[in-house]
Design a protein around this ligand. Structure first.
Ligand code: FE
Length: 195
């Protein structure tokens, strides 16, 4: 965006904020809280939640009950965001997330969606041939594991709680969190130990 266009956008935004605060639709404090949460939004939040769930059964139970509550327990406001659900992978079932309609994505825990998540190709192929999509990401899912594709919507967002990889016994929360990438949280990839 050119500088004059950017300056104009900023000026528009400032007028909008002034009008909304003047009419009492939003307060300065709410805006500051929202900004702080936006600044913190990244896949590292989701990775932290997962690593903690692998180590702490109480945290895991709380997170499965309400992803929103778990995010807020990390000090990130979910005010105004749709509820967040967490889908737990098991030895028999893997979850993969898509928004077939548009690009609904839990930004608080995953940051901004990657370009492919919004693409028509991903949104259609992941429903028709999810195993092939995963294989392209380098993760082969055994045939005896059921693959459930779940739609994130405007009303409800999802993230995946993957299975803890074997060989990580005794690892710290930070070490475990480093295994949990954005793609793992969407379910297109499985957590992998460094080679
Ligand atoms: Fe959407």
């Amino acid at each position: 965006m050119s500088t004059p266009a950017r300056a104009e956008s900023v000026a528009h935004l400032e007028r909008l904020i002034t009008a909304l605060t003047a009419k009492g639709h939003v307060s300065e404090d709410e805006l500051a809280l929202q900004q702080a949460s936006t600044d913190k939004a990244s896949p590292e939040v989701g990775a932290r939640m997962v690593a903690r769930a692998w180590l702490n059964p109480e945290w895991r139970a709380m997170m499965l009950r309400s992803g929103t509550e778990a995010v807020e327990a990390l000090g990130i406001s979910m005010a105004g965001a749709p509820p967040l659900g967490v889908l737990e992978d098991t030895a028999k079932r893997h979850h993969l997330i898509v928004c077939t309609l548009c690009s609904c994505y839990p930004r608080a825990v995953l940051g901004y969606p990657p370009y492919w998540y919004k693409s028509f190709s991903y949104r259609s192929r992941v429903v028709r041939e999810p195993r092939a999509v995963m294989a392209e990401w380098g993760s082969e899912l055994p045939d005896d594991i059921e693959l459930r594709v779940v739609d994130s919507t405007a009303d409800y967002r999802w993230m995946v709680l993957p299975r803890r990889p074997a060989g990580t016994e005794g690892w710290s929360e930070d070490q475990l969190a480093a295994l949990v990438t954005r793609d793992v949280l969407v379910g297109v990839a499985l957590p992998k130990l460094p080679a």
